[in-house]
Write a protein that binds this ligand. Sequence first.
Ligand code: 5GP
Length: 189
Amino acid sequence: MKELWDRIVSDGEVIGKDVLKVDSFLNHQIDPVFIMRMGEELAARFSQAGITKVLTIEASGIAVAMAVGLYLKVPVVFAKKSRAVTQREELYTAEVYSFTRREAVQIAVSSRYLRSDDNVLIVDDFLAHGEALKGLVEVVKQSGAQLAGAGIVIEKKFQHGGDILRSAGIRIESLAAIEFMENGKITFA
Ligand code: 5GP
């Protein structure tokens, strides 16, 4: 998505060798018009897949996931990172190692909101080593729902999460795929 490439180049900040900061439109401040366009594009790529539910992980996946859900006209569920006292029902859970926070967290989704007759599209802001996606795939598996694929805003190909998950047969669509980030310069695939 050319507009996203341009936005990454103009607003993105490369931190160290492997972290891309896009706080101006995606991860801190949100550009709602742009988020809607990205949601529309991801929804279009899965428009024929018979999606019944969009699944993401809190917090930064929620905005794009909501946009995708709006275009596909299906509910959006976000995995919670800690067990809330209000959750008394059965939970589907997985361990996710967070690349940016360098710690493992448990994610949980209530069995009320993922059902075995759902066809799920996972949406997230970044795909790096694939840990978040693997956790979400595990949650879908536990629910007995079908997994249609994953829609990602920015995939960092050099961290190979996409390779691992695609070779496991999962359809992954990313709006911008980064091949390298060297000396602050970003090369798109
Ligand atoms: P993974 O689990 O694939 O290693 O990393 C994906 C998750 O880590 C995403 O949900 C995202 O929140 C975070 N993440 C990974 N790499 C980056 C990055 O370069 N920039 C930002 N802002 N978040 C990242």
